[in-house]
Design a binder for this molecule. Structure first.
Ligand code: NAD
Ligand code: DAU
Length: 347
């Protein structure tokens, strides 16, 4: 589910290119989705099928799972932007909590009818966030034992979904895995999230809004490394367990923005510091979590995963991608893709 979103898209393209699997993507194509980037790759032919379904609809979800007969399920569909959750919390409650409940029920009904052999290899992998752990002070990191302490409607809805997934494991023995990852960045991210937003603004010479004093800290991971971690955990993770995924890469927002605009200016051949004046301090986000940092030791020690890309390289690659794909950026930001999907994929 959610295979046309930012992380889902990277996971789908990875699976199409590196395996022979057939992918059925349950996604209702919200503003944050992009399906062209999947359909444009050759391996998608006869191996990628879209079910344009809203996961809030229990009947459609259950029908789809029965029809698809999946060997495994990766659940990524969600409302994901904290600021939107402050403006419209109900949407997050419905998609992230009720939607996950629907996926769990449909999976369980399906799982219980599988042969013992198929049951052995089936799993539901729930993709979640480090925001469920709340906010850190200037020291410490989140590990798998950190108590849940979500503070925004988004993180509270994701925390609820994690609890539901764990409950279905203990109560009904549904084979699940949960991963909680830190902030992702990379190509194809909708430009409302900080990194693509800053790149887009810098490109167009528009002011870049920095919340509060710009001192909040996030732990950034290149999206392909997240997709690879999901792949590793899905294959080798222990059922019922949680794994934290992080980049060992903390940045204060203000320092991050400076790196981004420096990279944009350099790649566009602008004078050094030309875009510094675009940074604009604005009213802080309500309940703005101060710091996130993941301790991914369990994943590293037990399954041997580590981030593969250094941040300097990752950010350069990312900025370059947005500069070379300005049409994508303009289309996704202006909603052109949305109109196109409305006509192309009628429910
Ligand atoms: P995204 O917003 O880019 O994509 C979400 C996808 O879900 C979209 O394709 C959208 O159309 C689909 N979707 C939303 N509501 C739906 C509904 N009601 N029915 C069907 N489909 C629906 O999100 P993302 O950044 O790719 O995040 C994917 C998952 O990873 C989410 O569960 C998120 O909580 C988690 N996560 C994200 C990050 C991050 O930094 N982006 C970090 C950790 C975890
Ligand atoms: O930690 C994982 C989470 O990371 C994911 O679960 C979420 O889906 C994802 O959206 C992201 O949440 P954040 O709130 O950390 O990401 P965002 O890009 O919205 O903001 C990053 C930081 O930048 C945060 O401290 C708020 C700040 N910010 C954000 C925006 C959009 C600004 O200063 N200005 C902005 O305009």
């Amino acid at each position: 589910t959610g295979g046309s979103g930012f992380i889902g898209g990277h996971l789908v393209r990875r699976l199409l290119k590196e395996t022979n699997c057939i992918i059925f993507n349950i996604d209702n194509l919200t503003y944050a989705s992009d399906i062209e980037s999947i359909l444009n790759i050759e391996q998608s032919k006869n191996r990628f099928f879209l079910y344009r379904i809203d996961i809030k609809d229990s009947h459609l979800v259950s029908q789809a799972v029965k029809e698809i007969k999946p060997d495994i399920i990766f659940h990524l569909a969600a409302e994901t932007h904290v600021d939107r959750s402050l403006d419209n919390p109900l949407r997050f409650i419905e998609t992230n909590i009720i939607g996950t409940f629907n996926i769990l029920q449909a999976s369980l009904n399906y799982y219980q009818k599988l042969s013992l052999l198929k049951q052995k290899s089936f799993r539901l992998h729930h993709i979640s966030t480090d925001e469920v752990f709340g906010s850190l002070g200037s020291t410490g990191k989140f590990d798998e034992e950190t108590k849940y302490d979500p503070r925004s409607p988004y993180s509270a809805s994701k925390a609820s979904s994690d609890h539901l997934v764990r409950a279905w494991f203990h109560s009904y023995k549904l084979p699940i895995l949960i991963t909680n990852c830190s902030n992702n960045y990379g190509p194809y991210q909708f430009p409302e999230k900080l990194i693509p937003l800053a790149i887009n603004k810098a490109l167009n010479g528009e002011s870049i809004p920095l919340y509060g004093k710009g001192e909040n800290v996030r732990d950034w991971l290149f999206v392909n490394d997240h997709a690879r971690a999901i792949d590793v955990i899905f294959h080798h993770g222990k059922l019922g367990e949680t794994y934290n995924i992080g980049g060992f890469n903390e940045w204060k927002n203000i320092d991050l923005i400076k790196v981004i605009i420096k990279t944009v200016d350099r790649l566009l051949g602008r004078e050094e510091g030309a875009s510094d004046k675009l940074i604009t301090y604005v009213t802080d986000r309500a309940g703005h979590d101060l710091r996130y940092a993941i301790d991914p030791t369990k994943l590293k020690d037990e399954l041997g995963w580590e981030p593969s890309l250094q941040f300097e390289e990752g950010i350069k690659k990312t900025v370059k991608w947005y500069l070379e794909n300005q049409e994508w950026l303009d289309n996704v930001a202006s909603g052109v893709y949305q109109e196109y999907y409305q006509n192309m994929y009628k429910n």
